[in-house]
Ligand binder design. Structure first.
Ligand code: C2E
Ligand code: MG
Ligand code: MG
Length: 733
């Protein structure tokens, strides 16, 4: 037992000794090892594949330069440890004491801090080549602008001494160099051919190529700041370099240059397949655009369908309530000159018809109503079904033929719908008609119009009868006449229905006729004489007044020519509607042509423009007046005193004569006030140098008073009414 314990103790002691030896000797051996195979810290760039670069797997610095230097160091008894340079410039790196050596140098250079450096023997001769843009013709070597990366600062100095005329620009990275080359800032880039063989594999550099004609050969050395130790180091290393066989050097260079080291980045891939990507993107964009447009089209079509459903009554195809309101608004806006009416129609006892004849038969009748109506309605008219048997129609107002047509084509067959089909039931229709007023075209409120038509229909309905009723009978009569007048006008113009009469104007003192006003007269075969107060506004509204006035002016000139031939040179005033001036902006030319046509003189025509026209469109009126006067026509302001701004206007409007209608003044308060106003107006007009004529003179006292206050030219029933052409011709003056 004791023996065993003693052996155990010896064993423990031996263990302890081994442990001490391990702990103390291993570091000692390490120190010894370092002392014998001294480690050299060699700073190198890492962006020069395949000369110096980082191995992706081991993350160590490798490359031609590393292998050559490691071989040389080993031959010289050193171990080389390669570290990446922190400095972008080798000259800066020389001043950093962390490195024992820095690579690569072509020759010894001064450090950035101005210290001398020494370099080792040449490890290998590296070929330097110029790279240019494809097909770029280089200028002569001595005037080249060269781009290089900053870390080749040493090489740059060597080249500068070789080619003093060359300008060298330094850039931080290879990409910056390439950018400068592409921008034309430099003619070529200079780098060693090993690096180019790597860099030019980049697809996006395919526009660059090696300039074969220009080759440099550069030494490849390590360097450090000059010192006694440095010289010793370099000496030893040079021996190591010398002892690398040339075959070994070539093997190292071949090993790296044969590797396909360039790894394509995502950017390269995108660059390579860029056109394809673009085509795909365009293709998909087009598809998206087509899909969106198609969806939009479908959406619009659906909306149209929905709108059509909303706007139309599914049973009869007539417009629905909303559709009718919309359509009426549209039509009234498009045709403010068409006189319209709206009718609201309702079948009496429709429920009874439904119950006795059956729903289908009743529906058939409604469809019949609509299809019959649509056959006679024009594009500017509309029909709608508001609900069950309530039909509304927007119809142009026409003469009695139109009403007869409605009756024959729609209402009569409708009343007899069941009788014609062998059933003993008469359909009774109640209609309410609203004739649209001018204000309805200005402020279009279809609901209000429908309400009015409905109210008129209710009157019929409440009377327990059928038939129709007007909301505004007076308006209805008026619009019927207007519609008739408008439709009849072309016939009147061609026939003798439309005539020009003349109302003489006199000089009250001498009692002589001094001229006359031409006034249009219309004797219709049905209506008899129609007053100008009725047909002139109607024709103005319908845009026909210009045709009428042209007729009057031509007739007047014809008559004047006739009188001229008879040796009676007369002067006639013609009326001009404000609409005429808008219709023909060259009216003065028109009148001028007219008098030459009939061989008249301009002073035979006096043109009356009513005062209110000047107020409505002063600029156009004033310029027309100026032109008319420049042609020698007399211009007269008609109905002076009927408007509001008469006095103010006098100074702006260049007329020759004022025509004062004393009927306007007769309406003012009492006669005395009217007389005072008259007196002052006459004074003022005379002071302004214009002539004045009074019209509407009916009584002797009026004439006397006018004479007293200085107005002697007069027109009025006191003297003459308007006379037909033959009577006027016969007058002696
Ligand atoms: P106006 O140009 O002021 O013409 C004068 C109107 O007064 C004429 O009415 C004439 O018959 C009427 N009159 C003349 N003296 C008296 C009188 O003493 N008492 C009364 N109560 N009335 C008198 P008429 O012919 O009915 O014409 C009315 C208006 O129609 C004219 O007013 C004129 O503005 C327009 N008019 C007439 N003919 C034409 C025409 O050919 N072209 C155009 N554009 N307008 C015309
Ligand atoms: Mg007149
Ligand atoms: Mg007048």
């Amino acid at each position: 037992m004791q023996k065993k314990a003693g052996f155990y103790l010896i064993l423990r002691a031996f263990e302890a000794v081994v442990l001490v030896l391990v702990l103390v000797l291993i570091p000692l051996f390490g120190m010894l090892g370092r002392a014998s195979g001294e480690e050299l810290i060699i700073g190198v760039p890492t962006d020069r594949c395949p000369v110096f670069y980082i191995d992706e797997d081991t993350e160590e610095i490798i490359g031609i330069g590393v292998d050559l230097m490691a071989e040389a160091a080993q031959n010289a008894g050193y171990t080389a440890a390669f570290v990446p340079l922190k400095e972008s410039n080798l000259k800066d790196a020389l001043d950093n004491p962390e490195y024992d050596l820095i690579m690569p140098f072509g020759s010894a250079v001064e450090s950035s801090a101005g210290h001398y450096s020494i370099v080792t023997a040449n490890l290998t001769q590296t070929p330097f080549v110029l790279v240019t843009k494809n097909n770029h013709v280089l200028p002569p070597m001595n005037s080249l602008h060269i781009g290089m990366i900053k870390s080749l600062g040493g090489a740059a100095e060597t080249i500068e001494t070789l080619y003093p005329g060359m300008d060298i620009y330094m850039f931080d990275t290879m990409d910056d160099c390439v950018e400068a080359l592409r921008a034309g800032e430099v003619d070529a880039l200079l780098h060693n051919s090993y690096v180019w063989s790597y860099v030019l594999q980049k697809p996006s550099y395919s526009d660059l190529s090696i300039e074969a004609a220009a080759m440099f050969s550069m030494d490849f050395r390590a360097g450090t700041l000059d010192s006694v130790e440095a010289r010793k180091l370099v000496r030893r290393l040079n021996e190591g370099i010398d002892s690398i066989p040339e075959t070994k050097k070539q093997a190292i260079v071949l090993d790296y240059t044969n590797r396909r080291l360039y790894k394509k980045t995502i950017v390269d891939t995108i660059y390579e397949i860029g056109p394809l990507l673009l085509a795909i993107a365009v293709f998909f964009s087009l598809i998206i655009v087509i899909i969106v447009m198609r969806l939009r089209y479908v959406h619009l079509e659906n909306e149209k369908k929905i709108q059509k459903m909303i706007d139309h009554d599914p049973l009869t195809g007539a417009l629905s309530h909303d559709g009718f309101v919309k359509e009426v608004k549209k039509l009234l806006m498009e045709h403010p000159d068409i006189p319209y009416m709206i009718s609201f129609n309702n079948i009496r006892d429709f429920k009874f018809i439904n119950d006795t004849m059956g729903r289908n038969a009743a529906d058939e009748m409604l469809n019949f109503w609509i299809s019959r109506s649509l056959e006679i309605l024009s594009e500017e008219e509309a029909i709608g079904r508001l609900e069950s048997d309530h039909f509304v129609v927007l119809r142009k107002i026409g003469g009695s033929e139109k009403m007869a047509l409605d009756e024959q084509h729609v209402f009569e067959p409708l009343r007899n719908f069941f009788i014609d089909r062998g059933k003993d039931l008469k359909v009774r229709i109640c209609s309410g008609i609203y004739v649209l007023m001018p204000s309805d075209y200005q402020q279009i409120d279809v609901e209000v119009m429908l309400d009015k038509a409905r109210m008129a229909e209710k009157k019929v309905h409440d009377s327990k009868k059928d038939g129709y009723e007007f909301y505004n009978p007076v308006q209805w009569e008026k619009s019927k006449r207007t519609a008739y007048i408008i439709s009849r006008f072309p016939v009147a113009l061609r026939s003798k229905e439309l005539q020009v009469w003349y109302q003489p104007q006199v000089d009250y003192i001498s009692g002589k006729i001094i001229g006359a006003e031409a006034l249009c007269r219309w004797k219709d075969e049905q209506l008899g004489f129609i007053s100008p107060a009725e047909f002139i506004p109607a024709l103005e509204e319908a845009g026909l007044i210009y045709d009428m006035d042209c007729f009057v002016w031509n007739r007047v000139c014809q008559d004047l020519a006739l009188w001229n031939k008879m040796g009676k040179k007369r002067k006639i005033s013609v009326n001009l509607s404000r609409v005429d001036i808008q219709k023909n902006r060259e009216l003065p030319v028109y009148f001028s042509d007219l008098i030459s046509k009939y061989d008249l003189t301009a002073d035979q025509l006096c043109i009356e423009i009513t005062e209110t026209s000047y107020v409505e469109d002063p600029d156009l009126l004033i310029s027309t007046t100026y032109k008319l006067r420049s042609y020698g026509f007399q211009v007269e302001m008609d109905d002076f005193g009927s408007g509001y701004s008469s006095l103010n206007m006098l100074k702006e409007v260049p007329v020759d004569r004022i025509k004062l209608d004393i009927r306007f003044l007769a309406n003012i308060g009492n006669r005395r006030m009217g007389d005072i106003i008259l007196k002052h107006i006459i004074m003022m007009v005379r002071d302004l140098g214009m002539e004045i004529i009074a019209e509407g003179v009916e009584e002797k006292e009026q004439a006397e008073y006018l004479k007293e206050i200085g107005c002697t030219e007069m027109q009025g029933f006191l003297f003459y009414k308007a006379l037909p052409e033959n009577e006027f011709t016969a007058l002696k003056f």
